[in-house]
Design a protein. Sequence first.
Length: 333
Amino acid sequence: MPEHVHQEARSARPSRPPRTTGGHAPNDAASVLALQRTVGNAAVGRLLTIQRVQQNQAAALPAPITINEVEEIRRYRADTPNADVQDLLDQLIPHLDRISAWNRQNGTGGGHTQIDQDATAAAGSNRYAINYAGNGTVPQQVAILVHELTHVLINESYDSDMLNYPVAPLPAGSAATTESQRQSERIAATDPEQLRQFEAYVTSTAADLLHLLPGAGFAPARVSEVAQKLSGHTATKPMFEFDAVLSHLLTWSDQDDIATTSPFYQRLRAAVAETRTWRQTGVVTPGPAGSVDTELGRVTSAWPAINAVTRPPAPPRPRTRDRILAILNKLKR
């Protein structure tokens, strides 16, 4: 399955104890001598070299912020004044106890959510493992967690093998053993015209938001991030990345104090509310849209205005006379 591939910490918390993976190489003289007598100088040399490399690598890694995921999601719900975000978190929080593992990884970008088969079998109902980039600030991590928890909400709403659409059940006699195999078979068993309408509407929504993005009020770096989410995730993978990207953008809008009266926010709010209705009813009713190719063209046409915000203007080229004077000045030195 494709990756669902997002300020400073709110409060300082003690780091979790480091995990150990076995015995350590010797680092005192007596231990080294004893080991030399046992395995020889060459082996000890190699072992000490490996230890130094590992220590240097560990020292080079940035110190990640350690958070308690459940605590931070609940804290965000308590702190945010945004009613739209409160409503979203009220949908997500009941599913927190379904997370069997929170796996923090290097990076600051995104995450990946999958059904934990062993924990699901033991519990008798769906359990999920969430892997997410854990080197960013707490707000960055919270936005990623909101995104990933939305994937859980989608699957619990549609029972869809993590797809953003209530696809047909797995065909009888299926031999699928992996999530991606089940997804492929269930997509193949679903009305293709319904899927085309859904994908076109998702792409149309992404195009709407991209065209409104330059005037939303985000800083240039965030504009770039939002644009990548909408074009690189939503528009190219509508069956996998729609509801969760909308949740991510809503969280960013709240964290960045985007005016709720802006056209971008109003369109985002409407899309978030619409997907909630779909999940609650289990029926997706996409609105009118052009063909997928037409809507992808609208996505592409939004980029010049986005680039004008995210890329600083090139410095003006010096006039010919100024260039000549500059060269002469250099020659005089």
